[in-house]
Design a protein around this ligand. Structure first.
Ligand SMILES: *Cc1c(COP(=O)(O)O)cnc(C)c1O
Length: 353
C-alpha cells in the first residue's frame, strides 16, 4: 500500500502557544484511508484537512459504530518531536476495532503514516512545556444504510490539534462526584473499548456533576454499584497507607496507557502497587481512619489529575490537606519529563518522529 501526499495550497495561521485551548483548532492536513470488502483498507493518503461529505443515512450517524484513540506529540528541548508509547495506542485501536466489528488495520503502517503526517505538520507542534499536539485517530462506519448490522465500508482518519497546557492555572486538585444514579458500563459490554457511545452514555451524569460544582464523575461498577471503576475519561488511583491501589481491569474499565505507565513506574520505584477491586466504602473508610493519603486520575490529556474532594451521597471528603500529594506530584513530574524528553524513558516508551 502506498501513502500518497497532497499538500494544502494555503496554510492556516497558527496561534501563540499561550492562546491555545483544547480541541477547537485543527492543522492543515489529515490522514485518510478507506475500507471496502473488495479492496480491504486502501487509498491511504495525507491531504488537506477537510470536512467529510456523508449521506444522512450513513451508519455511524445512527448506530455509533465508531472508535477512536487519543495520544500526543511533544516538542523536546533538543528540537525533536516525539510520541509517547504510540504502538500501545494503535494496538488498543485494533482491539477496539475487533470488538466493534470493524476490520483491523496494519498497525505499523498506521504509525508510519502518522509519523509522516507529523513531519508535514511539525510547525504545528507547540514548543512551550505543557503544550502538545493532540492526535485523534478515528474509524467510522460509512455505509449509507439504516438497517442494523456491521457496516461494509469504513473511513479511518487522523486529525491533529495543538493544545494548550492542561494546568494553565496550576496543578490543582479537582472535585469529583460519585454517581449513584448512573452507570457507565457493565461487564461483557464495551466499557473497556474506546468507542463513541460510551461517551454519549456518560454525558448526563457529567452534566449533573458540573451543575453541582464537580468537574468529573466517579463511576462505580454497573452491577452492584459498589466498586470504583474510573473517573470521567481517566483511570483512578488511591494511595492507602503505603499502598498504591487501582481498580483491576474488569472488562468495563478502559485500559489506559497512562495507567499502565504509572503502574510500571511505581514498580520501578519500589512502591507497593495493587490492581484489585476497591469499593467506594473502602475509600471512605480509609479516609475515616486516616490512611487515605492521595487520590489521582490518569489519562493522556491531563497525565495526572489530583483529586481533592470526593462526594458520595451526602458524604463529602477532602483528600489529605486538599493540596496535591507527593506521590501524585512525583508521577506527574516523571511522566511529563519522559514525554518532553527531559528524562530517560523506560525501553520502548518513546518514538521519535
Ligand atoms: C482514553 C481513556 C482513558 C485514559 O487512557 P489513556 O490511554 O491513559 O489516555 C481512561 N478512561 C476512558 C474512558 C478513556 O476513554
Amino acid at each position: 500500500m502506498e501513502l500518497t501526499i497532497s499538500r494544502a495550497e494555503t496554510l492556516k495561521s497558527r496561534p501563540e502557544d499561550s492562546d491555545l485551548t483544547f480541541g477547537t483548532l485543527f492543522t492543515d492536513h489529515m490522514f485518510n484511508m478507506d475500507y471496502n470488502s473488495e479492496k480491504g483498507w486502501h487509498n491511504p493518503r495525507i491531504e488537506p484537512y477537510t470536512s467529510i461529505d456523508m449521506d444522512p443515512s450513513t451508519m455511524v450517524l445512527h448506530y455509533g459504530q465508531a472508535i477512536f484513540e487519543g495520544l500526543k506529540a511533544y516538542y523536546t528541548d533538543t528540537g525533536n518531536i516525539q510520541l509517547f508509547r504510540p504502538k500501545e495506542n494503535f494496538k488498543r485501536f485494533n482491539r477496539s476495532a475487533r470488538i466493534m466489528c470493524i476490520p483491523e488495520f496494519d498497525e505499523d503502517f498506521a504509525l508510519n503514516a502518522l509519523k509522516k503526517l507529523l513531519e508535514i505538520e511539525k510547525e504545528w507542534v507547540p514548543k512551550t512545556m505543557g503544550t502538545s499536539l493532540y492526535i485523534r485517530p478515528t474509524i467510522i462506519a460509512t455505509d449509507p444504510f439504516i438497517g442494523v448490522r456491521a457496516s461494509h465500508t469504513y473511513r479511518f482518519f487522523i486529525i491533529l490539534s495543538p493544545v494548550g497546557a492542561y494546568y494553565k492555572e496550576g496543578f490543582n486538585p479537582v472535585k469529583i462526584w460519585v454517581t449513584k444514579d448512573h452507570v457507565r458500563a457493565v461487564r461483557g459490554g464495551v466499557g473497556h473499548v474506546k468507542t463513541a457511545g460510551n461517551y454519549a452514555a456518560s454525558l448526563l451524569a457529567g452534566d449533573k456533576a458540573q451543575k453541582a460544582g464537580y468537574s468529573q464523575v466517579l463511576w462505580l461498577d454497573g452491577v452492584e454499584q459498589k466498586y470504583v471503576e474510573e473517573v470521567g475519561s481517566m483511570n483512578i488511583f488511591f494511595v492507602i497507607g503505603d499502598e498504591l491501589v487501582t481498580p483491576m481491569l474488569s472488562g468495563s474499565i478502559l485500559p489506559g496507557i497512562t495507567r499502565d505507565s504509572v503502574i510500571a513506574l511505581a514498580k520501578e520505584w519500589g512502591i507497593k502497587t495493587t490492581e484489585r477491586k476497591i469499593s467506594i466504602n473502602e475509600v471512605f473508610d480509609a479516609h475515616k481512619n486516616g490512611t487515605l493519603k492521595e487520590v489521582f486520575g490518569t489519562g493522556t490529556a491531563a497525565v495526572v489529575s489530583p483529586v481533592g474532594v470526593i462526594k458520595y451521597g451526602e458524604d463529602i471528603i477532602t483528600i489529605g490537606s486538599g493540596e496535591v500529594g507527593q506521590i501524585s506530584n512525583r508521577f506527574f513530574a516523571a511522566l511529563s519529563d519522559i514525554q518532553y524528553g527531559k528524562k530517560e524513558a523506560p525501553e520502548g516508551w518513546i518514538e521519535k518522529v
